[in-house]
Design a binder for this molecule. Structure first.
Ligand code: COA
Length: 247
């Protein structure tokens, strides 16, 4: 069986973590979350790694949580997703995201925890939580208003519609939009630049940038997760999952 998460040392000091379930648009099931947690933990522990690039295979970032998992083993899946969000939000090494194609659900919200993020033109983003009978996760109810302003955050989280890379950039989810297919190359260049800088200074800079928000982010992740667990069992959510799986 092919691993759902691939880890590769792609350049001196740079580890690339790739979501790899192309037949499901890289949807994250429990094994994927466990793979991501292990990959980030290994990169954090590896003295050679100075910057981490996260991306998806097959011209797609990720279609978000696996809806089949939501429909069947919902609570266990939600717990491991929360563990992943805690892992990525507390990472000490710089993380650069490379997005092509779709970045849905946690695929969008994890960008709020990456230090840098680049997307290819034509990429599509969506936080469909409200439309699926769920609620925001990944501290997006806290971080998105800060990054995007409250009106834009309400629009993206309440209307729950898909949006393009320019809006994602304006909303503070991205540093830049590059030519389609060029996101990974750009992210690798930025990761190499970070890896070439003094690592203790980079770690301290990241720590200071995050310091003021760390407690609020942890609280938002935990509070959202409690509501999310309840919503997963709701009739509204179960009906939305059944509708997706019956398409
Ligand atoms: N969970 C489980 N399976 C998923 C999935 C997900 N999140 N996203 C895609 N898939 C599956 C599809 O069911 C399909 O399977 P099939 O070939 O057996 O029919 C396959 O992956 C390809 O997806 P498809 O929908 O045909 O691709 P598309 O290019 O037309 O659309 C998306 C891509 C991402 C827009 C669409 O798949 C989608 O909306 N997925 C759900 C996203 C979502 O709501 N995630 C949860 C966030 S909380």
């Amino acid at each position: 069986m092919t691993a759902a998460i691939l880890t590769e040392a792609v350049a001196p000091g740079v580890t690339q973590i790739t979501m790899n379930r192309p037949e499901r648009k890289n949807a994250l099931d429990q094994a994927s979350y466990r793979g991501l947690i292990a990959a980030f933990a290994a990169a954090e522990a590896d003295a050679q790694t100075r910057a981490i690039v996260v991306t998806g295979t097959g011209g797609c970032f990720t279609s978000g949580n696996d809806i089949r998992d939501f429909a069947t083993s919902a609570l266990e899946g939600a717990r491991v997703a929360m563990d992943f969000l805690t892992t990525i939000s507390t990472a000490t090494k710089p993380i650069v995201a490379a997005v092509e194609g779709f970045a849905v659900g946690i695929g969008t919200t994890m960008l709020l925890h990456c230090d840098l993020a680049y997307a290819g033109e034509g990429s599509t983003f969506r936080m469909p939580f409200a439309a699926l009978g769920l609620c925001p996760e990944g501290a997006s109810s806290y971080l998105l208003p800060l990054a995007a302003g409250s009106k834009r955050a309400s629009e993206l989280l309440m209307l729950a519609e898909a949006f393009g890379s320019e809006i994602a950039r304006e909303a503070g989810l991205l540093n830049g939009v590059v030519a389609q297919g060029a996101a990974l190359g750009t992210a690798l260049d930025k990761a190499k630049a970070l890896a070439a800088l003094p690592p203790q200074s980079i770690a301290l800079t990241k720590q200071l940038l995050k310091r003021g928000q760390a407690a609020a982010i942890a609280d938002a992740i935990a509070t959202e997760a409690r509501h999310f667990d309840e919503r997963l069992r709701s009739d509204e959510a179960q009906a939305a999952f059944a509708a997706f799986l019956k398409r």
